[in-house]
Design a protein around this ligand. Structure first.
Ligand code: CU
Length: 140
């Protein structure tokens, strides 16, 4: 059986060598960390940037100033965007003496009024006739 062993031994040796090689390849693979499929997404940007006023849309309808009451935060600047949509009431402006506001509201034209509430509590604004028609901010 020398012929057989002469053939088999080299084959075995080759097979062993192959096994060792593949094992070495397996071990020598660089242990690189898995690549992230995409770079980390930047944190979602907030609609309101720091230092920018909070925007509050108010309508002036036949029911008055809407919505009301609106809760505000003390020290947080707000930008009111008022749109008067009716000509059937006397609420043709917004008056808020505490913050020096007395602004005409042309029909169907958004008007911006900005202020920063400095005191907590109820804040009543309204029309120019003693706030016959009025709305309320609750400052917290
Ligand atoms: Cu009035």
């Amino acid at each position: 059986m020398t012929f057989f062993s002469k053939i088999i031994k080299p084959l075995l040796a080759l097979a062993l060598a192959g096994a060792v090689l593949s094992a070495e390849q397996g071990c020598s693979k660089p242990a690189s960390p898995p690549e992230p499929s995409a770079p980390a997404a930047p944190a979602a940007q907030e609609a309101k940037k720091p230092g920018e006023p909070r925007t509050i849309a108010l309508s002036v309808t036949e029911k008055g100033y809407e919505p009301s009451p609106v809760t505000l935060k003390q020290g947080e600047p707000v930008k009111l965007v008022l749109t008067r949509t009716t000509d059937h009431t006397c609420a043709t402006e917004i008056v808020l003496e505490e913050y020096g506001i007395d602004t005409k509201l042309p029909l169907n034209q958004p008007v911006e009024v900005s202020f920063t509430p400095t005191k907590t509590g109820k804040l009543v604004y309204g029309c120019a006739m003693g706030k016959m028609i009025s709305g309320v901010f609750m400052v917290e």
